[in-house]
Design a protein around this ligand. Sequence first.
Ligand code: PMP
Length: 737
Amino acid sequence: MQSIAADYFGIEGMATPLPGYVDTNTRITTDDGTSYVLRVSPSTADLDYMDFMASVLAAAESTSFAIPSVVQSTDGQTHVGLNDGSVARLFTWVEGTTYEESGMPAAAARSIGRTAGEMVSTLAALRAGEDPDPRQKWDLRFAAETVDRYAQHLATDMERHIVQTVMARYSALDRAALPRQVVHNDINPGNLLLEGDAVVGLLDFGDTTYTYRIAELAIACAYATLDQDDPLAVIGEVCAGYREWVEIDKTEARALFDLILTRLATSVTIAASRSDANRHRYVTREPTWDVLRRFVPTDLDALAQEVASFAVGREHVAARSTVTRPMVSPSLGLSYDSPLTITSGAGVFLHDHRAKRFLDCVNNVCHVGHAHPHVVKTASRAMATLNTNTRYLHPELPRYAERLLATLPNHLDTVFLVNSGSEANELAVRLARAATGNNVIACVDHGYHGNTSTLIDLSPYKFNGRGSRGQKSWVRVLPALDPYRNEAFGGEDAYDEYRRAADCVLAGTELAALVVEALPGCGGQIVPTTGALSAAYDASRDAGAVVIADEIQTGLGRVGDRFWAFELFDISPDIVTIGKPAGNGHPLAAVATTRNVADAFNNGMEYFNTFGGNPVSAAVGNAVLDVIESEELQRNAATVGQILKKHLTALAMNHHAIGDVRGAGLFIGVDLVSDRTAKTPDATLAHAVVEDAKEHGVLLTTDGPSHNVIKIKPPLVFSERDAERVVTVLAAALSRS
Ligand code: PMP
């Protein structure tokens, strides 16, 4: 390459290889530090197209940003033929940091729009004559052909569904009416050079073509949406920048959103066909799928209209969610003052009906991340194979039972599979009554254990609240385990203090069970002392009870240091109930117990559960365990949880409203108070903080008897970066609220 530069262009310098699709690109750096790009194209290259590109570069010299220019060969040519038939060209090197290297800042959107606008304005006068390259695969005029050619490489039904949805809309566009001209045709993250948030250079005119004028803007928008929280807002900004140079006409405005999607779909379809390790493909492929996955489940007509409207400069009014639910349970509360319509999710993110991305810090159900590919694939395969009840033998169920038991202490050797946390606790209560012959059940104050009649009666969080008929005669309530608000249960004498209080409640009672969470969730993300918790166990057992550890919020690795929350303490339950995270959102729950308890329950009355343990649910349960193991999520919960707690504790130094930061792994509570000494719960502040964080893309909720505890229990794929983001947003929200 060095010799080509020297022999044909008279440029002596060092050669360093650069990435390229079809061409071989080399950077040539001379002794005085000047750089050039040497492009060697295969012998099949179109020489007329090269001439056309050279004329485009010449026309674009006048732009306010830097572009490469053609360096003529020593005999005055813009390209030279080499002995092997390939063709060499030399361009000046444009120095700078690409948009991609700068981390794709959303703040650059307006400048990206201006760049597209200035390109269109500059190239408008250029006459292309004949189509320079009549079948350019990146030309939006031929997107349908391109996608048809490469669609066979799409890997999954979901990928095909996404691309087909976009292409069906593309086919319906009135494209004949779109104005045409020469455009750069590839304003992508690797081709834009930035200084701060301003574009200062544009590279790679290799896809330049004569096509729809609006393609320049559509392509710039498509790439600008990658890896952004609010892609529609970004499109709005890019359009605003573009309009500083060029008017968008009505036909263009109507087509814009679908052409943006088409470019994204074309890009992933072509990428799917490539097996080469092309750097550029690796950078944009996943974010491109991500933004398509976010857009496709939304109301695309509404979004296309919204984009059309702000493209022509109308005030940006967000499309409203059309989802209402007048026929659905009026007693169900929705999160947030202005409820979210969530249409998709991926990993730690939830996406709303406008494809806006929110960091989900509260979804402890989608334990291994939203729409985890392994869980989704396993579930769909299982559904396509068999779903029936458990009156037949099927290998998935015993495999799941065995794997669950392997994570539990040896004395827990029997599993029942059910469909919800409530069903698990309901069955646990029946098991306990059968095993002890007693009827009375104890629970801990402020606890929640489920939505059935029995469990509401065992949930002080509910029966001491609105709409309740109060505590039943067969229920005993032990004091809350909270060492922050009840210091006696936090100190050295915690065992004795709690034991005395519990004995008092249980005096003269023949108890069937104590149902208790090792880390009470609804109670306010409490971390009890071993003393208090073991005193609750001992007092109940001395009253005849078996102990039910409700691990529905805390199980399967969430607490980091151990797989189950009760293992953080020196205690040993007789029954463990497992729910929320077990199916990653699929209804799957379980009860693990001892053979003795299970045998006592086997009294002639059959326990049959139509859906419990069906082959699909069991397969999903196995898939969730696979991911917890293969992605080492328990360890991640420990590491990230510790970092998060450290940052939150540091935050408490500056924010006196933070009374307490507590938790284990990725089960954390931030207790907000109006007076640190009196520990007065500040529910108003907690509400304001949660609403503010939501506005800034972070989803939190409140918990605890006074609704003043910010709870953080995200999917376990939460990263250190996510943790830092929560803390930043929380800090800002606390300052503002
Ligand atoms: N126990 C605990 C500790 C819970 O948090 C919940 C649900 N919030 C349940 C039981 C009931 O589970 P489900 O909603 O799946 O019936």
